[in-house]
Ligand binder design. Structure first.
Ligand code: ADP
Ligand code: 5GP
Length: 205
């Protein structure tokens, strides 16, 4: 049987819903178990963001050329910038034997659903649009214009996220500790690491 390795984990949700916060916690608690798929983006780095760690920061021209060469698993335009998961980003994590975690928006989710990545899909839900705006403003990373665009997109994302069958779990992030516990529990129940994936489900003696 072909060894496919563990199923990747996708976190999706409106900008400001708490994906990065949850992921950071997960990667800190289980550094040997999970590896982050480092996306490409044409947006500029925020203070503290490192090239090759948080994103591969690139230009529109470079990204278009790489997309044409077939280097990406999925790509999307979000808030005026291009984002994408390169095949290499996922491969780099797979090679370490860790479970690959992707933080991508809904157009990307639709594309990976049609691929053979077969990921587990988590939607992180904000308590309300007002609270989302409050958190985004508090993060202080967006211009007023970018913030407005992100909030407009959020409404569509919430609609898609809540449609039955689009995600394996919807995690309401009204309280960070509770949301993280739910994520951990979902992972414990559903995500198999490399050894378990090799053994297969409920291997008999
Ligand atoms: P995303 O990665 O989905 O865009 P972030 O993880 O950056 O969102 O979270 C957006 C902001 O909201 C951050 O400033 C973060 O500290 C804050 N935040 C995340 N979860 C919660 C929560 N449960 N309650 C209050 N603030 C939160
Ligand atoms: P941010 O600019 O806040 O880091 O990310 C904006 C949005 O882009 C978020 O919803 C995030 O999940 C999404 N995103 C980040 N990387 C990728 C990617 O590689 N592909 C897709 N489709 N979305 C991404």
């Amino acid at each position: 049987m072909v060894q496919k390795g563990p199923r990747p984990l996708v976190l999706c949700g409106p900008s400001g819903s708490g994906k990065s916060t949850l992921l950071k916690r997960l990667l800190k608690e289980f550094p040997d178990k999970f590896g982050f798929s480092v996306s490409h983006t044409t947006r500029g780095p925020r203070p503290g963001e490192k090239n090759g760690v948080h994103y591969h920061f690139t230009t529109k021209d470079e990204m278009l050329a790489a997309i044409e060469k077939g280097e990406f698993l999925e790509t999307a335009t979000f808030s005026g910038n291009t984002y994408g998961t390169s095949k290499r980003a996922v491969e780099d994590v797979r090679r370490t034997g860790k479970i690959c975690v992707l933080d991508i928006e809904i157009e990307g989710v639709k594309q990976v659903k049609r691929s053979d990545l077969d990921p587990l899909l988590v939607f992180v839900m904000p308590p309300s649009i007002n609270e989302l705006e409050r958190r985004l403003r508090g993060r202080n990373t967006e211009s007023d214009e970018a913030l407005k665009l992100r909030l407009e997109t959020a409404r569509k994302e919430i609609e898609y996220g809540q449609e039955p069958g689009n995600f394996h779990i919807i995690i309401m992030n009204d309280n960070l500790n509770k949301a993280y516990s739910e994520l951990r529990e979902f992972i414990a129940q559903n995500v198999k690491d490399n050894d378990q994936a090799r053994d297969g489900p409920a291997a008999t003696q």
